[in-house]
Design a protein around this ligand. Structure first.
Ligand code: HEM
Length: 201
């Protein structure tokens, strides 16, 4: 079975739990205050600073089309925070620190260990993230990309083809069976950490 099929199957149940999380429902229903939304972005910022850096370092060299996808999100999150009137600064959060540590540890385990987090976060942002982005724009009356850059990818018009291409390139990575087992487990943990982050806001 292809790597991304394995990851999708292994995380299906957790994906449903993430989608149905009360925080996510509030975000989709336009019921979050701007202070809550800012807290969410502040929690995500260190997670993406780490994921972006390690993906660039360890995964990008193995993916032919990486530079076309515009995946790193930390700069976009920082820009959204500034739009909401906040200096992009790290928050003191147990859930965020644990997530950051988990991403770092996956790269220490073996260089492509970060693929599990790459899959969970960037593909999530390209898919369900787009629905969240529309809900946030509508809730806070945002009419251009300012405040919602987190959800705007250069390849946004080609969102679905981009997902397909990313999956094809991930599926071509040279990985052993043991490494794929690890990625499956790690992607589940990445979803769990994302859910823990929702819990903590
Ligand atoms: C508002 C909540 C969410 C909705 C409505 C949603 C919806 C979706 C949809 C419709 C897809 C399928 C896209 C496609 O096959 O082209 C998808 C895929 C995905 N989502 Fe979500 N999602 C949500 C939240 C999340 C969260 C919180 C995460 C992780 C933190 C996440 C991670 C993923 C991943 C990794 C995929 C790719 C699955 C695959 O095809 O392998 N999603 N999501």
């Amino acid at each position: 079975m292809l790597l991304t099929t394995r990851l999708k199957t292994a995380t299906g149940q957790l994906h449903r739990a993430a989608e149905r999380h009360p925080f996510v429902s509030s975000m989709l229903g336009g019921r979050l205050s701007s202070a809550q939304y800012v807290r969410y972005l502040q929690h995500l910022l260190p997670v993406y600073q780490t994921l972006d850096r390690l993906s660039q370092e360890h995964i990008a060299p193995k993916l032919a089309s990486w530079s076309e996808w515009d995946l790193p999100r930390a700069q976009a999150i920082a820009s959204d925070l500034m739009h909401f009137g906040h200096t992009p600064a790290p928050v003191d959060s147990g859930a965020t620190s644990a997530y950051v540590e988990q991403i770092r540890a996956s790269a220490d385990r073996y260089r492509l260990g970060v693929v599990a987090h790459f899959y969970t976060r960037y593909l999530g942002d390209l898919a369900g993230g787009q629905m969240i982005g529309r809900a946030v724009a509508s809730a806070f009356d945002l009419h251009d990309e300012n405040g919602v850059r987190f959800y705007r990818f250069a390849a946004a018009q080609a969102q679905h083809p981009t997902m397909v291409q990313i999956k094809q390139e991930l599926d071509r990575l040279a990985l052993t069976a043991t490494q794929i087992d690890f990625l499956e487990h790690e992607a589940q943990r990445s979803f769990e950490s994302s859910i823990a982050l929702f819990d903590s806001i």
